[in-house]
Write a new protein. Structure first.
Length: 257
């Protein structure tokens, strides 16, 4: 934790605030609002804004004053949304060019097929254009959580695909995403990028931020935040663990000045 009480508390989404692609538990919703009454709250994920709305925003208690202190950074901060009093709207959004998207999509499908990772059984589209990010989900965008956990428990399949695709599109950033996904963005776009943009937008120093994530391991998509060396990070094992941490944190945080 920062030396003083954090001014921003930021979170990964999937498997930190909720199971992958699943709605938050009411306990998390209540905790996020209570937290936003004390500090700035940010959610940063490789998911697109529609995922943020379905998993989190639409399930939060009605608390406009608190929501004005919530920051959403979809696709690792290549988009940034704030509450305008009625809904969350973009402050900025930076998309990939058509040529970059095409190269990413071709590389993902071809390398997944070559590695035997293009599964016949899937729940929804395997490749999704998220505007500023192209995402491959091996079992489809709507696969059940249990199926996703079983597909690649040690991350070896994702890492093999990431390496193969990265060699094909060296001009783009290729990273392991969620439990079955690989994300492609412009170079230098990761959660560290998102945290820096958050600092620019809020005027709050990185050293005054606290980040919770489930994938702070060396191959995890939360790891770039830890590697910055400026943001205090807490590793969690799921939303229940996050909730327990927040219960403890809220006991220590002073009321907003």
């Amino acid at each position: 934790m920062p030396q003083n009480s954090p001014l921003v508390v930021a979170f990964d989404l999937d498997d930190t605030l909720a199971p992958s692609k699943s709605p938050i538990d009411p306990r998390i919703g209540d905790l996020l609002i209570r937290l936003a009454e004390r500090v700035e709250v940010a959610i940063i994920s490789g998911g697109q804004i529609e995922q943020f709305r379905a998993q989190v925003v639409d399930l939060l208690p009605d608390a406009p004053d608190a929501l004005s202190h919530v920051h959403l950074l979809p696709t690792c901060g290549t988009r940034y949304d704030r509450f305008d009093g009625t809904t969350f709207t973009p402050v900025y959004a930076h998309g990939l060019e058509a040529e970059e998207k095409s190269a990413a999509i071709d590389a993902l499908e071809q390398e997944a097929r070559a590695l035997g990772l293009w599964e016949e059984l899937s729940w929804g589209e395997k490749i999704e254009d998220r505007g500023s990010q192209i995402t491959f989900s091996a079992l489809g965008q709507s696969a059940p959580v249990d199926a996703k956990r079983e597909w690649d428990p040690d991350g070896a399949k994702k890492n093999a695909l990431r390496q193969a695709v990265a060699a094909r599109v060296p001009e783009l950033e290729v990273r392991s995403g969620g439990s079955t996904s690989v994300d492609i963005t412009r170079k230098g776009i990761d959660k560290a990028y998102g945290m820096r943009r958050l600092s620019e937008q809020t005027g709050i120093a990185l050293g005054d931020m606290l980040f919770y994530g489930d994938r702070l391991d060396p191959d995890g998509n939360d790891r770039p935040v830890l590697d910055m060396g400026e943001v205090a990070c807490v590793a969690v094992t799921g939303w229940e663990d996050t909730a327990d941490h927040l219960d403890a944190l809220l006991e220590e945080l002073p009321a907003r000045g």
